[in-house]
Design a protein around this ligand. Structure first.
Ligand code: 7TS
Length: 405
């Protein structure tokens, strides 16, 4: 199938709207992607035609909802090449997934154990581990990064030791777009018997990780960055690891048997899925994966790279503009500042011209601290964006610069 961006754009109703009187140019895809009509329709279809609670009713409607929901789990398993369906835990998103693992290990790790995080993590892949360290007395170590926004893997080699129990790194940095060498990071950790959690929140809409090939221990992501709805995501874990982790929440659905003396827990995946889940969200996530697969992640990736290169070239023509995150391996994210101008002011002016970008620290304050800046303007592209939109964006940035200089 050839890549026809104009045809693809017709799948996204929101791309037709205007913002502040201008056609919307949506370059905040790293915050959340837009949703194609098929995903929106699948939510309406669930509530219109087979809304029922799952895993509990003998009645037909509940069975039907259960089957479609479980099919979504199967789709996630297949898409990322996990070994078993029960290794896919539905969660409310990346943050929830990380907290399940961090909270579980806080009952396993001991004083003196070490955990390693990278210098370019989103706060949701830092704070839960700091909480774990506070509870257990484990020590948090950091893989540093360089000016280009690449991790210093040679420093990782010196931090790793037999005391290392866990390593957590994002697959792609949300603030810089850097694609981290996760296969190498995982292999090295495994040489010391440490387990690795990869935060794939920014990766899965651009690249396709193969969980078995990576031999990753835990991988987490959110549906809403992959054309799916908000409030749903997954935690992948190898079953032998998920089996030793204690449950995160107690309640219905996650038990085998409850008496006032003792409760036994359900098997995977239900052990980690207490309460009624986001049923329509899970189903729509499956539909979003089908949608992305039909276009092809490789085709998406190479088209987005074209946009990235085009926009990078044009931005660098603007005097005083500096891009943060200049490594070779990048997704279509550009973080930048213009000398003497606050990023927030640029974001506000371009919004008046219909251009949506994110400004600020992007929930990655340690990166801002590294570059000694308050924040950046971040433009993040998706496969439904166009070069024409980039031209509009560049003009808007130039106008903002003129007004603010
Ligand atoms: N990890 C990374 C790398 C992220 O980019 C994000 C969200 C999260 C974790 C948290 O995901 P959630 O779905 O649980 O919220 N990142 C962003 C962003 O860059 N702009 O808005 C949200």
């Amino acid at each position: 199938m050839s890549f026809d961006v104009q045809k693809i754009r017709q799948d996204f109703p929101i791309l037709q709207r205007k913002v502040n009187g201008y056609p919307l140019v949506y370059f905040d895809n790293a915050a959340t992607s837009q949703k194609p009509q098929v995903v929106i329709d699948s939510i309406v279809d669930y509530y219109s035609n087979y809304n029922a609670n799952i895993h509990r009713g003998v009645h037909s409607l509940s069975q039907e909802a259960t089957d479609v929901y479980e099919l979504a789990r199967e789709k996630i398993k297949q898409h990322f090449n996990a070994k078993h369906n029960h290794e896919i835990i539905f969660t409310s998103g990346t943050t929830h997934s990380i907290n399940i693992v961090a909270s579980g290990y806080s009952e396993i790790l001991q004083k003196g154990d070490e955990v390693i995080v990278s210098a370019m993590e989103h706060h949701s892949n830092i704070v839960p581990w700091q909480m774990l360290c506070e509870k257990t007395g484990a020590v948090l170590k950091v893989i540093p990064m360089n000016e280009e926004g690449n991790l210093l893997v040679s420093d990782y080699d010196t931090i790793l030791s037999s005391a290392t129990k866990l390593v957590f790194v994002n697959h792609v940095s949300n603030a810089l777009g850097t694609i981290n060498p996760i296969k190498e990071i995982i292999e090295k950790a495994h040489q010391y018997g440490a387990k690795v959690l990869i935060d794939g929140a920014q990766a899965c809409s651009h690249i396709l990780p193969d969980f078995q090939d990576l031999d990753v221990d835990f991988y987490v992501a959110s549906a809403h960055k992959m054309c799916g709805p908000t409030g749903v995501g997954f935690l992948y874990g190898k079953s032998e690891l998920l089996n030793i982790l204690p449950p995160y929440q107690g309640g219905g659905e996650m038990i085998k048997e409850v008496t006032f003396k003792k409760t036994t827990y359900a098997e995977l995946p239900h052990k980690f899925e207490a309460g009624t889940p986001n049923i329509s969200g899970g189903i729509a996530f499956g539909v979003a994966l089908d949608y992305l697969s039909a276009i092809g992640i490789d085709a998406i990736n190479s088209y987005e790279n074209e946009l990235l290169n085009y926009a990078t070239e044009k931005l660098l023509e603007i005097e005083g503009l500096k891009i943060y995150g200049t490594g070779k391996e990048k997704t279509a994210v550009i973080s930048f500042n213009i000398e003497g101008i606050h990023p927030y002011d640029i974001g506000t002016i371009v919004d008046k011209l219909g251009v949506a970008v994110r400004t600020g620290h992007h929930c990655a304050q340690p990166i801002m601290e590294f570059y000694k800046i308050p924040g950046t303007v971040r433009a993040s592209f998706a496969f439904y964006n166009t070069k024409k939109e980039i031209d509009i964006f560049i003009e808007a940035i130039k106008k903002a610069k003129m007004m603010l200089s």
